[in-house]
Design a protein around this ligand. Structure first.
Ligand SMILES: [Zn+2]
Length: 186
């Protein structure tokens, strides 16, 4: 349901407390990670636009729906949101927004992005210093986004993250230095 963490449990898509008759029906058992299973709990999602996205029945359109916003201030701040394409009135997008909010996927991806960026601070310094400064770093970040897209699909949080970073001039010109207190001597 997050499309990210390791699947290790089965979720009753329709909660067994409400629908005990479906508790052993295979299409009602969706492989999920323990965190999503816990956040979903017994929530039913019982109105149009307030349902969880079903891994078997719902196919998301091939468009960028997950976007990251990067702000460079005293540090580098990354947030994630579902970006509804203008004029696109698909109830599936309503459900996706519900799914994203109820499962706290924004918080999950923000935490992962923080780890990712601090872990790669040295690489960003190296790229900036040795491979073209601001533009070189932006190009490397774009390549990361393309590579991740091929591996994990259009709406991977890493794709959203690296696309947003590549477009952010504050980050590529100097903001990346805020990720680490160390001096990188490349
Ligand atoms: Zn999950």
């Amino acid at each position: 349901m997050c499309g990210h963490r390791d699947v290790a449990t089965l979720d009753h898509f329709l909660p067994k407390s409400v629908y005990p008759e479906y508790s052993a029906l295979s299409i009602n058992l969706v492989p999920v990670c323990p965190y999503c299973n816990n956040e979903k709990g017994n929530k039913l999602g019982d109105a149009a636009g307030r349902r969880f996205v079903h891994a078997y029945y719902d196919t998301l359109p091939e468009m960028e729906l997950l976007v990251a916003d990067v702000t460079v201030d005293s540090s580098v701040f990354v947030t994630f949101r579902i970006d509804r394409p203008s004029g696109f009135a698909d109830p599936l997008i309503d459900n996706l927004e519900y799914h994203f909010k109820e499962l706290k996927l924004g918080e999950c991806f923000e935490s992962e992005a923080f780890d990712e960026l601090t872990g790669r601070a040295g690489m960003f310094h190296y790229q900036y210093a040795n491979n073209g400064g601001e533009q070189g770093l932006a190009a490397m970040l774009s390549v990361e986004a393309v590579s991740e897209r091929r591996k994990a699909g259009l709406n991977s949080w890493r794709v959203a993250l690296y696309n947003a970073l590549a477009r952010n001039r504050d980050f590529c010109s100097s903001g990346f230095r805020l990720l680490s207190r160390e001096d990188w001597d490349f």
